[in-house]
Design a binder for this molecule. Structure first.
Ligand SMILES: *Cc1c(COP(=O)(O)O)cnc(C)c1O
Length: 244
């Protein structure tokens, strides 16, 4: 029984290791093609539904960033993550009334899309004597059912957030529409990159465009070619998600 179990575990570990190596090689190739180095690209593992033991195994391979997208799940796994050399990010839709539960626990909140949410992050960061790094989530595909600020409201939102205390805008994040063809998705990535460059050139206080977080399992190489420097990968690393 134990032997069978460990054989199964070993298979899962092996596949995570193989996937990790394949992804990092692909990242290096895409980085080079776009005139950058592998280390210029942050590889964040999206860890929803993945048990902490497997997350920690991926961390042991060299992963420097992990991201959860649900507050409840993040809290339930929090004590088990091996975060000595790894950052924990929040990457999902965040309700204002749940900010309290993650401020001080996460290195970055990638999914800020309203002034209301930013004010609450600022308020609780001041209260907890921390500074919270955030990315602004952009709804680049203008999808009604999706989070993210619309591009016409992006500049004003960043301007307003830049005046808040203990919160720092570090870049942009996006989850573009699901596209069957790579050219179609690359248009969304290109548009994100243009916004990223344009805002970078404005150089305002408390705003530094360090990260452009876009690209997931099916399109991270296209995203890097279009200028992403942070990609968020779940299923390509850990295998298909099993929701319980
Ligand atoms: C789940 C998730 C990802 C990764 O998705 P995969 O397709 O499994 O790579 C990336 N970003 C966010 C915000 C997610 O919730």
């Amino acid at each position: 029984m134990t032997e069978e179990l460990s054989a199964e575990k070993r298979m899962i570990y092996d596949s995570i290791r193989e996937n990790y190596i394949e992804i990092t090689e692909n990242i290096a190739r895409a980085a080079e093609k776009s005139g950058r180095k592998a280390e210029d690209i942050s590889f964040l593992a999206a860890t929803k539904t993945v048990e902490p033991e497997l997350i920690n195994y991926a961390i042991s391979l060299g992963l420097k960033k992990i991201g959860e997208n649900k507050v409840q799940e993040l809290l339930s796994k929090y004590d088990e993550y091996d975060l000595d050399n790894t950052e924990l990010h929040f990457i999902g839709h965040l309700q204002t009334n749940k900010v309290r539960q993650i401020v001080g626990k996460v290195s970055m909140i990638q999914s800020v899309d309203s002034i209301r949410l930013a004010k609450e992050i600022s308020r609780l960061s001041v209260k907890n004597c921390v500074s919270t790094d955030i990315l602004i989530e952009v709804n680049i595909g203008r999808e009604e059912n999706k989070s993210g600020v619309l591009t016409e409201n992006l500049y004003e939102l960043i301007e307003e957030i830049s005046r808040l205390e203990n919160i720092k805008v570090k870049g942009l994040m996006s989850v573009p529409p699901i596209c069957d063809d790579k050219q179609e998705i690359s248009k969304f990535f290109d548009n994100m990159y243009k916004l990223f460059i344009d805002i970078s050139s404005k150089k305002s206080d408390n705003v530094s465009m360090d990260f452009l977080s876009m690209g997931m399992s099916d399109d991270y190489q296209e995203a890097i070619l279009c200028g992403a420097n942070m990609i968020r990968i779940g299923s390509r690393l850990f295998g298909a998600r099993i929701y319980r």
